[in-house]
Write a protein that binds this ligand. Structure first.
Ligand SMILES: Nc1ncnc2c1ncn2[C@@H]1O[C@H](COP(=O)(O)OP(=O)(O)OP(=O)(O)O)[C@@H](O)[C@H]1O
Length: 685
């Protein structure tokens, strides 16, 4: 059990109080302060910035985006004249000063109203940059960082085109009409989310949409399709099934959209996608749009197969070094597998600002296991029944619980309000996964925090750093005392809210305690608060593996240490075998002159005293974790006596301490699926 219990089943009014309290704590506890206070202040600034952001056109972006526009003649897109604006009144005029104001685009009144209801009065850059091209009939590849509004970048111009624009004339209406728009997405959750945008904004324009995905029953989907819809949103497998059953007729299709295209293709949907796109007889009459935050080069090659040669590319990331969200604090924290369940509640306490947290694991079993260990958390992965997945996601969205433990099934596209913190239990296999996972926070101009846990001996964070352009902040696990302080202030606040009416009932017990305990009233109250927070024992954490009641030591032998086995041999010369055996996490320092490792707190004195047994050997307690060599640098050096396996302290469950076994699942990346193959439940999420 974690030593700190989390009250993460609060409702939204509680969460407001929580946030207030956290700010107070932040001002009182120095280690945590800068993060929280900065977060809050940043948020305020972010809000103001967000307004400005929508208005910004980056000249560099202009240069970065390639365009080829021969076939794309502008239609009906003149900006409003001064006279028009005068007629619409002063308020409209002020908004129109914003170059990305909705009023400056060919967006009709009902759509404008629907946007306004959702608080959108200006387009984000990717939307502003692609709007005219899509409305003009261009095929388009669109790329912008996570959370920058790529969905509306295709939804808005498509709707305008269908209702008032170039595709209006040839669009069929009435009962049994075939769809005009087909949107393909990799996951059901994402399909539902994008469908919701089409439902709301399309509904405002008098257009009908339906959503089709595997795991749900066919009948309602068939019924909707037969009745006739304008927009079909769904996952490739189920859409293919409907096409083959004759439920979807693509003969009058005007738009096809591949959202999160790289993921769809990576998941093994290539054949389904090709088959679906191949069903369109006359491709010259169909516009194809492809959007993602990540477009690996192999996707660009594939896109040239599906999109016209005259396609436009609007790439707001381009060759910029930073590919991940710039609104997110990207943090790494060393942590052994067995310490993960204990460390996560502390990270949430310090970095979630009372908001939602998504924790990513590599495997489904790990998501199940971890969600069982974290109070109030729920799991989401591909093996969970669709109906339950929907319940879980909607519970998370509505704030019924604040911690979601998910596999990559939640990495892409999910847009959930107030996700403040992302925790990745280990570095993902590819940089795209890092970019999308961390992008579940810091959306639409808000700020967020992404913490990635790693084992220095096994993980390679510099590859992700290099490829994503992220400059990671290195921290160690929040200190127990700070967490206790934070939790204590929260509990104290809760106690003051307890009704005075309970006092008479508990007064005599309190008096007895005061008279017999030998403690002062303040000391007793401190214990009561500790009990209330579930934090009855202060445990120290090691800097290297974040394990409770362990201490990180540095070994130097007066000459370079080339391998962990050499470090072990030095220890063996000066310490009994059982003490050497108890060492965990042996890692080499980047300068090659030392090795750091964890020992049990009660063994620290033995290790420090042992240095007297050999000249030139120095052992000391580490105050600040030095820079460590990564897996690549240490590869092949862990041979010595089979030591150094990641799971060497994993026992019964994959998170708890104890010896024996690699632990599998959570800890062993070599057991992981190594790819997302197959459709629907065929993938390993
Ligand atoms: N013009 C706008 N003004 C304010 N908010 C907006 C605007 N456009 C989109 N949003 C909001 O921004 C959030 C992120 O949008 P969206 O999910 O489309 O991002 P995305 O770029 O597709 O992200 P990802 O790459 O993670 O899928 C949504 O909550 C959306 O409602």
């Amino acid at each position: 059990m974690p030593s700190i219990s989390l009250a993460n089943t609060t409702n939204s009014s509680d969460s407001k109080k929580e946030k207030k309290m956290k700010k107070k704590v932040a001002l009182e506890t120095q280690e945590i302060d800068p993060l929280m206070v900065a977060n809050k202040n940043e948020k305020k600034k972010e809000k103001e910035k967000r307004k400005r952001k929508a208005a910004e056109f980056d000249d560099d972006d202009e240069e970065r985006s390639e365009t080829s526009s021969e076939l794309c003649e502008p239609v009906n897109l003149k900006k409003k004249s001064k006279k028009d604006k005068e007629e619409e009144g002063e308020e409209e005029e002020v908004k129109a000063e914003d170059p990305n104001a909705v009023t400056r685009f060919t967006i009709s009144e009902p759509l404008r109203e629907a946007l306004k209801k959702r608080g959108i009065e200006a387009l984000f850059p990717i939307q502003a940059r692609t709007f005219e091209d899509v409305l003009n009939g261009c095929d388009l590849v669109g790329r912008a960082r996570t959370g920058q509004g790529k969905t509306l970048a295709f939804v808005l111009p498509i709707l305008e085109s269908l209702v008032n624009g170039p595709t209006k004339a040839s669009r069929k209406t009435g009962y049994g009409r075939p769809p005009s728009v087909l949107v393909l997405l990799p996951t059901r959750e994402l399909a539902t989310q994008v469908f919701d945008d089409f439902r709301v904004y399309g509904g405002a324009m008098g257009l009908n949409s339906c959503c089709v995905y595997g795991g749900a029953s066919y009948q309602p989907q068939e019924f909707a399709l037969k009745r006739g819809v304008d927009v079909v949103v769904g996952t490739p497998g189920r859409i293919k099934d409907h096409i083959e059953k004759g439920n979807i007729d693509l003969s009058l299709l005007k738009f096809r959209v591949l959202d999160e295209a790289d993921e769809m293709l990576r998941m093994g949907f290539v054949e389904d996608v090709e088959l679906i796109l191949g069903k369109v007889k006359d491709v010259s009459k169909v516009q194809t749009l492809l959007f993602s935050a990540t477009l690996p080069s192999w996707v660009k090659q594939i896109s040239s197969k599906f999109l016209k040669p005259t396609k436009k590319t609007i790439d707001l990331v381009g060759n910029e070094k930073m590919k991940a969200s710039t609104n997110v604090r990207h943090i790494v924290l060393p942590c052994s597998t067995s310490a993960i369940p204990q460390v996560i509640p502390d990270i949430i306490q310090c970095y979630a600002s009372g908001g939602r947290t998504i924790i990513f694991t590599e495997k489904r079993e790990s998501a199940n296991e971890l969600s069982g260990l974290l109070p109030g958390a729920r799991a989401l992965h591909g093996e969970i029944q669709q109906s339950q997945r929907e319940v879980t996601l909607s519970g998370f969205r509505s704030g019924k619980f604040l911690t979601l433990v998910a596999t990559n099934v939640a990495a892409r596209g999910l847009d959930i309000n107030d996700v403040q913190l992302i925790i990745q239990c280990e570095p993902p296999n590819d940089v795209e996964a890092y970019i999308h996972r961390s992008g579940r926070t810091g959306r639409a101009g808000n700020s967020g925090v992404a913490v990635m846990l790693y084992d220095p001996r096994r993980s390679n964070i510099s590859k992700i750093q290099r490829e994503s352009g992220v400059k990671f902040e290195h921290i160690t696990a929040p200190k127990a005392e700070d967490i206790a302080k934070a939790a204590g202030v929260e509990a104290a606040q809760t106690i003051t809210q307890v009704s005075d009416s309970v006092i008479p009932a508990f007064k005599s017990a309190a008096e007895d305690l005061l008279n017999t305990s030998g403690l002062s009233a303040v000391e007793l109250l401190a214990k009561a608060i500790a009990k209330a927070t579930g934090y009855t024992e202060i445990k120290s954490r090691s800097l290297l593996t974040s394990m409770e009641n362990h201490v990180t030591l540095l070994l130097e032998s007066g000459k370079p240490i080339f391998s962990p086995s050499f470090a072990f041999s030095v220890l063996r010369r000066i310490l009994p075998e059982d003490k050497v055996e108890s060492v965990t996490g042996m890692s080499l320092t980047t300068d090659g002159n030392g090795a750091v490792f964890d020992v049990k707190k009660e063994d620290v004195d033995t290790f420090l005293a042992a240095q007297e047994n050999a000249a030139g050997v120095n052992i000391e307690v580490v105050k600040i974790l030095p820079s460590l060599q990564e897996r690549e640098q240490q590869r092949g050096r862990f041979g010595g006596r089979g030591r150094g396996g990641f799971g060497d302290r994993s026992g019964g469950n994959r998170f708890s301490g104890g010896r024996g076994g690699r632990g599998g699942g959570f800890s062993d990346r070599r057991n992981s699926s190594g790819g997302f193959k197959g459709r629907n439940n065929g993938n390993k999420w």
